[in-house]
Design a protein around this ligand. Structure first.
Ligand code: IPE
Ligand code: IPE
Ligand code: MG
Length: 230
């Protein structure tokens, strides 16, 4: 099962406590550690976490710097544990605008866990669904410049950031807003959506478990008619 999470609400969590928004991101990073550990144990095969969107560059530079610091710290601190837990880490999004030190850390954690065969953990950094589609189409055009062949669904998928991974079965957004904010626009075509009011720093493994239970009760049709039990 592929679960993707839009981890929203860090800023409001901090502001409601009279703290700087940055404190919310720090607390949010702790939830990432717990959720990743839990995911491996409950049958989640692919976990995608939205950490920084292509639109988040519009935030104050101190906030942006802190977010990148936290990503680097998480990777530096956790990569050996992820490897021990057989977690394979990959990044979605563009890398050309990120600070070099972040890209270096991303590369080394991908390399260190490349052979892991357990949970596939995707972290979306400088990621936008529209940008992903455009990058995929541009990569395809560059590779097929001589032929003028047309792109099809399977090919677009191959050039997308998810490559050969399955689409998310369930997308959870914390923080109370009911929108995708440019997340996985191509891959979300048939995902079940779960919007929860809990702010990300308050999100618990129990809530993830209850979102997964509601998902299990869904009748997923993919455009066909409901299946009748034999
Ligand atoms: C989500 O929390 C984290 C990122 C977008 C990086 P926010 O920082 O958006 O928190 P709110 O939505 O302002 O509360
Ligand atoms: C979505 O949250 C992006 C991430 C969680 C990384 P935002 O807080 O940036 O989204 P909007 O601006 O409320 O749509
Ligand atoms: Mg937000």
């Amino acid at each position: 099962m592929h679960v993707a999470i839009i981890m929203d609400g860090n800023g409001r969590w901090a502001e409601s406590r009279g703290l700087h928004r940055i404190c919310g991101h720090k607390e949010g990073a702790k939830r990432v550690e717990e959720i990743v550990r839990y995911a491996s144990t409950v049958g989640i095969t692919n976990l995608t976490l939205y950490a920084f969107s292509t639109e988040n560059w519009q935030r104050p530079s101190l906030e942006i710097q802190t977010l990148f610091q936290l990503i680097k710290l998480y990777l530096r601190k956790k990569v050996h544990v992820l490897k021990l837990e057989n977690v394979k880490i990959s990044f979605m999004g563009r890398r050309d605008q990120l600070p070099k030190s972040v890209v270096t850390e991303m590369h080394s954690s991908e390399a260190a866990t490349q052979k892991c065969t357990g949970l596939q953990l995707n972290i979306a950094v400088d990621y936008g669904g529209r940008d992903e589609i455009l990058r995929a189409v541009n990569k395809f055009m560059c590779a097929n410049i001589a032929t003028s062949s047309k792109i099809d669904e399977a090919t677009l998928r191959k050039y997308s950031d998810l490559k050969d991974q399955p689409d998310p079965d369930l997308i959870i957004r914390t923080g109370g807003d009911q929108r995708l904010s440019n997340f996985m626009l191509w891959h979300a075509a048939y995902s079940e959506l779960s919007f929860v009011d809990t702010l990300w720093p308050d999100f618990s493994v129990q809530e993830l478990s209850s979102a997964m239970k509601s998902f299990d009760a869904q009748n997923r049709r993919f455009g066909t008619i409901p299946q009748v039990a034999e």
